[in-house]
Design a protein around this ligand. Sequence first.
Ligand SMILES: Nc1nc2c(ncn2[C@@H]2O[C@H](COP(=O)(O)OP(=O)(O)OP(=O)(O)O)[C@@H](O)[C@H]2O)c(=O)[nH]1
Ligand SMILES: [Mg+2]
Length: 347
Amino acid sequence: MKNKKFINSKAAEKFLDKSKTALDASGYIKGIKKKNKVLLSQAITLCESTKKEDHLLAEQILEASNAYQHKTLRIGITGSPGVGKSTFIEYLGNYLIEKGKKIAVLAVDPSSKITKGSILGDKTRMTNLSKNENAFIRPTASGSQLGGVARSTQETISLCEMAGYEIIIVETVGVGQSEYLVHSMTDVFLLLIQPGAGDELQGIKKGIVEMADVIVVNKADGDKIHDARQAKASYAKAIHLLSKRPDDWTVQVQSCSSLEQTGVEDIWDSVSTYKNHLIKRKEFIKKRKSQNLNFFQRSLKEGIWDLIFAKSQINKAVTELKTQILNGKINPFTASSLLLKKIQKLL
Ligand SMILES: Nc1nc2c(ncn2[C@@H]2O[C@H](COP(=O)(O)OP(=O)(O)OP(=O)(O)O)[C@@H](O)[C@H]2O)c(=O)[nH]1
Ligand SMILES: [Mg+2]
């Protein structure tokens, strides 16, 4: 084993200050298992890296993570921008830490521009949590490719579990596909809404409401208390209109004020009830299996894509075909079929 002297986490920390890439996989694994946050962060950076050698090392580290995922709970949190997701996570996170849990908070944002703002925003909104030794906060890699973000987020979840974080909270940042992505990698999905936006679904797509396991009306405080009660009642009614779920769960609607810190107990009760419901019906393990399959399929697609586009003749053909499409010289159907034939020849 290389770098044996660095498996002690303190020594590793010191060493990493000087050289960030000196540890081998077993050094990282031992450090992460010892809950060394510096090494955990470094390993996540390796997962997010686009360099091949970094990812190879990340894969070796991840091999050790399998044994750690069984006792954890992965919670996805979504909601319109400004609904209070980060503030709620700070509140929920601190509540769980008081209950003796260790929690990790990740954010998924497929668009790199928004992520930069969110890193700053979340650091200021999760001030208590970010200082707590039982919490680990990590905004997910920014990246223009959804596939890359998805892969590194799922890898990050596994690394956090290996580091002993029992509850992994994933916040969706930005609107768009990130909700579907986070839903596909978590066990429980929470939708946050706010009162006073009328009966309509506040611009939230019906599909998102259908994915929610627990709906939380946040900002139930001040002069919004009455509206919050109304929103809670109308959502509770509305969910009965949704089609029956395959897991036979009746979505629970709760309310809270993340600012005044009220209502988290009922929300946690709903989350725990849902988790137990899944376990009783053996759906929990099924969900985890499908998360693994999703991951496999997504990384496979992405890997194949990378392999194909690493070929210069394909890249060249794509550029030429794009120009021809734009100039109206070829229709997109013929162009894609031509390209596929070219790719087929390479296989
Ligand atoms: N009155 C009230 N304000 C709240 C509550 N929770 C959050 N806010 C405020 O709502 C604003 C947005 O909160 P964030 O936690 O940043 O919301 P977010 O959903 O994470 O926002 P994005 O990450 O930008 O999508 C902030 O000004 C918060 O102080 C609450 O329970 N009550
Ligand atoms: Mg936020």
